[in-house]
Design a protein around this ligand. Structure first.
Ligand code: GLN
Length: 479
């Protein structure tokens, strides 16, 4: 029923509910007990949804009693990163500016989860407005890594990753703009997936950088991450960039022997910690045992990705954040005129990292600098996307997928990088290119590597090949 870490899988819950081994209410209660016990130390959750969760679970139980067939996620506990709107629950983006904001509608992904009977346990901690790599920019304090409480859980979706890794939920949703699902998944030893841009609706996601943001799943196995992805994906009339994934042949076990996976030399040469380097070699050997053929490839514009991201992302973020003007959101007390309302709302409501990015973004968009920075970054973004297109081009003997580390090192100590924004930004060098290119990327923990802290690898594939990544990830897990 539960695996060795005391974790329920989605199918274990499904089978247990149908066979009557437990009820959905019992499962929800069990998870709230675990949260009660563990979350004082970890701080994955900002807010629990006990009443709503128990009601949803009771509804599932009543359907079961009535003998109705239920969808896969019925009765399955799930946590939501606190940038995803769920009607009636607070949604703070870990920012003081939204401390009192209650969501007035459901994000499309939440609506879909509710229709599936999933049980929403609560809202999880994140870096403020998803800006950061460690949850340390949260206005409500950092999330700790369940494997070592002195270390960060990663970010920005650190709360969701830690909640899954510590068995305080079965599934979770996060958002990934530059790595915020994959990096915390890697640091905490969970599976995390950034879908092809547009495969999942962003309606009801508090926007950070609209051309990069994607909502995606966290789980303890690739199979469960795929089940959650299947439940939330699809075109949505409320997000014009969303679409239905194209139908493609999905790789079967026997196909693995024909698959070539690229190892980008830019990701592997230098810069990796010893532990990550050794774990990557281990993962490569495991894949070779499955029959996968590796080939060195080059993604030459990788070295510009971080600079390009730190122009495009702040440009879009500063535009998105201009809506927090103190009129519709934020409640400045004692402000006497419009200017004071602005000053108080933004001055007191936003943390340092958010202000830094608003300043950066406003600068790169300002007249006189727009062409030199923003327009140029857009051109570099195209080159980065073309690197991947070339690598995956079958006409020129391209590869089927790309394997790379998620991060250059394992989880760092709390406080270690807070004084140097640049060092913090560098921890995302390997995750950012997939966002700029819009391609899918799946982070999976390396099995049985040496060392106490988890290490993640990521598989990237061409635009729209999301389901193939799950096929590849599952065979690694099963091998
Ligand atoms: N860590 C990156 C940043 O700070 C990515 C954030 C994200 O993906 N939301 O921008």
């Amino acid at each position: 029923m539960k695996n060795s870490d005391n974790k329920f899988s989605v199918s274990a819950i499904k089978n247990g509910l149908r066979s009557g081994s437990f009820s959905a209410v019992e499962i929800a209660e069990e998870y709230f007990e675990r949260i009660d016990k563990k979350d004082k130390d970890i701080h994955a959750y900002l807010r629990l949804n006990k009443k709503g969760a128990l009601e949803a679970a009771a509804w599932v139980d009543s359907r079961l009693k009535a003998g109705e067939a239920l969808p896969d996620l019925a009765g399955v506990p799930i946590a939501l990163k606190d940038v995803i709107l769920s009607e009636g629950l607070p949604c703070t983006a870990s920012s003081k500016i939204l401390e009192n904001y209650l969501a007035s509608y459901d994000a499309t992904v939440v609506k879909k989860l509710k229709e599936q009977g999933a049980v929403i346990l609560g809202k999880t901690n994140t870096d403020e407005f998803a800006m950061g790599s460690s949850t340390e920019t949260s206005a409500f304090g950092p999330t700790k890594n369940p494997h070592d409480l002195e270390r960060v859980a990663g970010g920005s979706s650190g709360g969701s990753a830690a909640a899954v890794a510590a068995g305080m939920t079965v599934l979770a949703l996060g958002s990934d703009t530059g790595g915020s699902i994959r990096q915390p998944a890697g640091f905490c030893g969970a599976v995390g997936f950034k879908p092809t841009y547009g495969a999942v609706s962003r309606f009801g996601l508090i926007a950070m950088s609209s051309s990069l943001d994607q909502i995606g799943p966290f789980a303890s196995s690739v199979e469960d991450a795929e089940t959650l992805f299947d439940a939330i994906k699809g075109e949505d009339s409320r997000d014009a960039t969303s679409f239905d994934l194209p139908d493609r042949m999905i790789w079967q076990k026997e196909d693995l022997k024909r698959i070539t996976v690229g190892l980008p030399k830019e990701y592997l040469e230098g810069g990796l910690s010893k532990e990550v380097g050794a774990a990557m070699e281990k993962a490569i050997r495991n894949f070779e045992d499955l029959g996968v053929i590796f080939k060195e490839i080059s993604l030459p514009h990788t070295r510009y990705a971080l600079s390009c991201y730190y122009i495009i992302m702040p440009a879009e973020a500063s535009t998105n954040l201009s809506r927090y003007d103190g009129i519709r959101y934020g409640r400045p007390e004692g402000a006497k005129n419009l200017l004071e309302i602005y000053e108080k709302t933004k001055g007191e409501g936003f943390g340092e990292e958010v202000k830094r990015r608003i300043l950066l973004g406003t600068f790169v968009l300002s007249s006189g600098y727009y062409d030199a920075y923003y327009a140029k970054a857009q051109r570099v973004r195209r080159l980065i996307r073309q690197d991947f297109e070339k690598a995956f081009d079958k006409d020129t003997n391209g590869v089927d997928a790309v394997l790379a580390p998620v991060s250059p090192s394992t989880a760092f100590k709390i406080g270690e990088k807070t004084q140097s924004p640049m060092e913090m930004y560098l921890s995302d060098v390997f995750t950012i290119p997939a966002n700029l290119a819009g391609i899918p990327a799946l982070a999976v923990p390396v099995k049985d590597h040496e060392g106490d802290l988890p290490v993640g690898f990521q598989l990237m594939a061409k635009w729209g090949d999301d389901k193939n990544l799950f096929a590849l990830g599952k065979s690694y897990e099963e091998a």
